[in-house]
Design a protein around this ligand. Structure first.
Ligand code: AP5
Length: 222
């Protein structure tokens, strides 16, 4: 079909399950997943200039300066695969000025998903989170155990996943959330992210399928 591919933003507090849902969304819809957290962690691991600048902000649980992150995102969004497959933006925009940068470039999503999870659950999810550095897959010491002993042995903890840093990340999230929501008020879909991940995904799946259908319809009308 000639239909323009889906454009999706996913937001929510730290550990609300964005990365977990993105993996499932990509498997089903084939969108290009652009996670600013993942992109920044890759820069830090590779020891690039961007990584060296970003590292101290990230480890402290603070936002990395807008100009670093915005340049990274807009350059990724301009690549050919994104035009063909569509995009799934995770962790950006995270401030009003970041949302404005995208608006200026006329980069708008079809839908803005907000994963809604109570604070107590978020802290537990962060502190128990583990990452597989080889595959990037996300686990949890109680909720999602690794498939075998080899994976278990190589799991790592993120430096910003201590209880104290999670609390400061959550504060920063809350300070910015309202202003970003105002930019996307007509396309917001709030989803209860405190339920099991399969249940959360079922709702996202039917939402995105519907959005896609509506896109096809409206393009046929033109
Ligand atoms: P980023 O990596 O984006 O961190 P975050 O927003 O804090 O989100 P998380 O990755 O912590 O959580 P998530 O929602 O993906 O949850 P997950 O699926 O892993 O950003 C990190 C840092 O980079 C920032 O602090 C900042 O410094 C910098 N940065 C990034 N973007 C920036 C920007 N735009 N501007 C400036 N700076 C930026 O799940 C969490 C845990 O819960 C896992 O263990 C998982 O297994 C478990 N879990 C998930 N879903 C469920 C479920 N339904 N039930 C039970 N457990 C679940």
């Amino acid at each position: 079909s000639t239909t323009e591919p889906l454009k999706v933003m996913i937001s929510g507090a730290p550990a609300s399950g964005k990365g977990t849902q993105c993996e499932l969304i990509v498997n089903k819809f084939g969108l290009v997943h652009i996670s600013t957290g993942d992109l920044l962690r890759a820069q830090v691991a590779a020891g690039t200039d961007i990584g060296n600048k970003a590292k101290e902000f990230m480890n402290a649980g603070c936002l990395v300066p807008d100009e670093i992150v915005t340049a990274m995102v807009t350059s990724r969004l301009s690549r050919e695969d994104v035009k063909q497959k569509g995009w799934l933006l995770d962790g950006y925009p995270r401030s009003f000025s970041q949302a404005e940068s995208l608006e200026k470039l006329k980069i708008r999503p079809d839908v803005y998903i907000v994963l809604d999870v109570p604070d107590e659950i978020l802290i537990d999810r962060c502190v128990g989170r583990r990452l597989d550095p080889e595959t990037g897959k996300i686990y949890h010491i109680k909720n999602f155990l690794p498939e075998n002993e080899d994976i278990k042995a190589r799991l790592i903890t993120r430096p910003d996943d201590t209880e104290e840093k999670v609390k400061s990340r959550l504060e920063i999230y809350k300070q910015n959330a309202e202003a970003i929501l105002s930019t996307y008020s007509n396309i917001i879909k709030k989803i209860d992210g405190s339920r099991p991940k399969e249940v959360v995904f079922e709702e996202i799946d039917s939402l995105l399928s519907q959005v896609q259908k509506n896109k096809v319809k409206s393009e046929k009308l033109v």
